[in-house]
Design a protein around this ligand. Structure first.
Ligand code: ADP
Length: 485
């Protein structure tokens, strides 16, 4: 084992089902590796459909008492879990950098971000209000909100902590139980989180983690088992569509947080320094591997050259490397396959006439590295316009008018986040309302936190995570009619 922690017992490698650490029935395991070094980190239990079914049954049993508790009692457990996450920030960050590659500073930031969802929903779970409806007769209509039932969650590797807490937080807060399949690239963060939930006193069966290499087997059970009432997924659009289809047979509720193709629209009247700083963060955070990362920089012709010069100069200051090393600003991408996929998109653009201003090649630091890249002379028929890049590559497109910018921004099947930079108040309103996205940042790209409704439209998904709206995804609305009054 190569991960050195203050509390070594946070490094778990088994599945967590019904309050117990268990191996897979077949004794199978899968390897977790450090993308920066290729080093083997751990072998983790790989479970399949049978163990997943057992976890779902345990969740259903555990929910009976949990949902009947006063919200305050559930909140008390979540508050303890929140504190334990904060108390163990350094160990959780070390685990995350080791298996995911992001810099230690980014990992610490994500642990705080992840913890914030637990805290928020510990509070918000106490405010699940209903309604009393005056009816046209002598009856009274009452609306109560009840937990949706057993929740199955499937999460990605780009945020191995926060994508879990923003599902488990609201689910547990309102009285649901959850069965989670973390990404096979980053199961150790998930297992450490559930260990802390266990230490916080969360009763057995309420939070189960089923790691595994056979995602279709686990996902197949989650989506077909009638006991599961809700599937919440963060990941790619093709897998999201598949899961939605699979959920149709048992009419499950779904929340889908899928791919994006975020535009950053920079108008001639923008403050250039603010726009450059925002675009840098939006593009290169987590080495370009967030679903709200800028995918396309759309820059108006009057400011285009000045923007490219300033932006590229800033990119040339980046230091890519091992996330544990001081001075590293950007870590590797998740796998060698991902690095190759990014390069193929760059090559496609170059073959069709794009100019590489900076970068454009795999990094020399290892198989999972890619150079921070800026491309100009790019067009809307290139893959870098149409597809999610999910890497540190910034294609900078040119536009003439506001109408052009809106048309280009909306010319995609995705609709997660869009950003715009302008000093004009009228334009900021007009464009914000005209772009078909679930979230819009005006002169700001750091838009996410636990207090806002995160989610997309079009093929970027459905449902909202975080904020007061984030509870709705885990609640059913029940109408009770009182008559003979
Ligand atoms: P990415 O390209 O970011 O890895 P994926 O959508 O492939 O996105 O992965 C997100 C999550 O979905 C991971 O936990 C992965 O294991 C899981 N997953 C992938 N394919 C399936 C599937 N057929 N059924 C259920 N889960 C799946």
């Amino acid at each position: 084992m190569t991960i050195q922690l203050k509390d070594a017992s946070l490094l778990k490698t088994q599945a967590f089902i019904d309050g117990a650490w268990v191996d897979g029935d077949q004794g199978e395991t899968f390897a977790v590796t450090d993308p920066a070094t290729g080093q083997h980190l751990a072998d983790v239990a790989s479970v399949g459909a049978t163990e997943t079914r057992r976890a779902i049954d345990a969740a259903a049993r555990a929910m009976i008492e949990w949902k009947a508790l006063p919200a305050k009692s559930r909140s008390d457990v979540l508050e303890k879990w929140h504190q334990l996450i904060l108390d163990n920030t350094e160990d959780l960050a070390i685990i995350m950098t080791a298996e995911q590659g992001k810099t230690l500073a980014e990992s610490r930031g994500e642990v705080a971000y992840g913890a914030s969802f637990v805290k928020w929903f510990a509070e918000e779970g106490k405010r699940v209000y209903g309604d009393i409806i005056p009816t046209p007769s002598d009856r009274r209509g009452v609306v109560v909100k009840q937990p949706v039932g057993v929740v199955a969650a499937i999460t990605p590797w780009n945020f191995p902590n926060a994508m879990i807490t923003r599902k488990a937080g609201p689910a547990l807060a309102v009285g649901c139980a959850i069965v989670l399949k973390p990404a096979a690239e980053t199961p150790l963060s998930a297992l450490a989180l559930v260990e802390l939930a266990n230490r916080a006193g969360l009763p057995a069966g309420l939070f189960n983690v089923v790691p595994g290499i056979d995602a279709p087997a686990i996902g197949g059970e989650m989506t077909s088992n009638p006991t599961v009432k809700k599937v919440t997924f963060t990941g790619s659009t093709p897998v999201g569509k598949l899961l939605m289809k699979q959920c149709a047979d048992t009419v499950k509720r779904t929340s889908m947080e899928l791919g994006g193709n975020a535009p950053v629209i920079i108008f001639d009247d923008a403050d250039l320094d603010i726009a450059v700083a925002g675009a840098l963060t939006a593009k290169y955070r987590n080495s370009g591997q967030t679903c709200i990362c800028a995918n396309r920089l759309l820059v108006q012709e009057g400011i285009y050259d000045a923007f490219v010069e300033k932006f590229s100069a800033a990119v040339s200051e980046f230091r890519i490397g091992n996330g544990f090393e001081a001075g590293t600003t950007h870590g590797p991408v998740i796998t060698e396959k991902a690095a190759k996929e990014i390069h193929s998109k760059v090559q496609n653009a170059v073959e069709e006439g794009a100019i590489v201003v900076i970068g454009g090649q795999p990094g020399e630091q290892g198989a999972c590295f890619y150079q921070p890249t800026v491309l100009t002379n790019v067009t809307d028929d290139m893959r870098v316009f149409r597809e999610e890049i999910f890497g540190p590559v910034a294609p900078v497109f040119k536009f003439s008018t506001e109408a052009d910018a809106i048309r280009m921004a909306n010319d995609t099947e995705f609709g997660l986040a869009a950003y715009l930079y302008t000093e004009s108040m009228g334009r900021s309103w007009r464009v914000s309302e005209a772009v078909e996205y679930g979230m819009v940042g005006v002169n700001e790209t750091a838009i996410s936190s636990e207090v806002i409704p995160f989610g997309g439209v079009k093929e970027s998904g459905q449902g909202r995570e975080g904020s007061k709206y984030g509870l709705d995804d885990y609640l059913e609305t029940k109408y009770i009619c009182f008559g003979a009054l």
